[in-house]
Write a protein that binds this ligand. Structure first.
Ligand code: OGA
Ligand code: MN
Length: 282
């Protein structure tokens, strides 16, 4: 029997690699260690798990109630494949959502209650590219240049998928969260409900800071995002089929990396709902 091991993914200390464990039959002490590591690292990589959809959903449910259950599935395909096995084209609404995911974001920030965590696993991969990258917004907040923490401490932004898709030129979009009528307003600094630590809460859905002109707001959010997602705070995962990753949406931003969209890429996503008390808008 191999032993549970939880090690930082790299010297940058963004995320941890978890091995020597079977997520389907977790012992209580193993689960406690995983939950503790989730709060410590914000990103946990579990190579070679090969979970069924049901087992992925059950693993997600350990962290809390699920949101975004599509047609009864708790592991929702993020896939550019059609039923006949072809790939959809660039203008297909599904592909537009997948391409939108290539911008830095945190899941469901555009929903009335933003997400706690997400689980993603790899099922079909293109020959190259198509990784996923994360950036640690707790580290980013700590590293903000002199004065910027004060500048943003009382600021908030609206979050909307309609906004972010339009800005990315994705005009055919629709789907989950696209038609939220009143975009939620969320502080730029989020205090983590478990650790109490502050993190930048930004990303592509954020816009329209009340009290600033649109151009000023956009410039500030773009500046924060490019500072925050600098390489020393990022980790890219190069997927193998069967890998499973969970991240904390209250602390990390993530994005899909480009690949040849003529090739199939099938991922499965399970989304854990935020807490009404701490993930509602203001
Ligand atoms: C997600 C997401 C990125 C990817 O699952 O929420 O943004 O690499 N995925 O598919
Ligand atoms: Mn996402």
């Amino acid at each position: 029997m191999s032993q549970l091991s939880i090690e930082p993914l790299s010297a940058k200390n963004v995320g941890a690699l978890v091995t020597g464990i079977d997520l389907v039959s977790l012992k209580n002490d193993e689960w406690q260690a995983i939950l503790e590591a989730f709060h410590e690292y914000g990103l946990l990589v579990f190579p070679g798990q090969h979970l069924s959809d049901e087992d992925q959903g059950a693993f997600g449910r350990r962290f809390g109630e699920l949101e975004m259950i599509v047609e009864g599935h708790s592991a929702v395909p993020l896939s550019n494949k059609t039923k006949d096995g072809d790939v959809v084209d660039k203008d297909d609404p599904i592909m537009q959502v997948l391409l939108g995911n290539e911008g830095w974001h945190t899941d469901s920030s555009y929903m009335p209650i933003s997400a706690k965590a997400s689980v993603l696993s790899a099922h079909v991969l293109p020959a190259s590219g198509g990784g996923t990258e994360w950036a640690d917004m707790r580290a980013a907040y700590e590293a903000l240049p002199e004065g910027l923490q004060e500048t943003i401490q009382d600021l908030a932004a609206f979050h909307s998928l309609k906004y972010s898709q339009a800005r990315a030129g994705m005009t055919q979009s629709k789907g989950y969260g696209y038609d939220v009528e009143e975009p939620p307003l969320r502080p730029l600094v989020k205090f983590h409900p478990v650790t109490g630590k502050p993190a930048l809460y930004i990303g592509r859905h954020a816009h329209g800071i009340p009290g600033l002109e649109n151009a000023e707001s956009e410039a500030l959010l773009d500046r924060l995002l490019s500072f925050a997602c600098s390489p020393e705070r990022c980790h890219e995962h190069h997927w193998q089929v069967g890998d499973l990753i969970i991240w904390d949406n209250r602390r990390m931003l993530h994005r899909a990396r480009p690949y040849d969209i003529q090739q199939a890429r099938v991922m499965k996503h399970t989304r854990i709902a935020g807490d009404v008390r701490t993930e509602s808008g203001m």
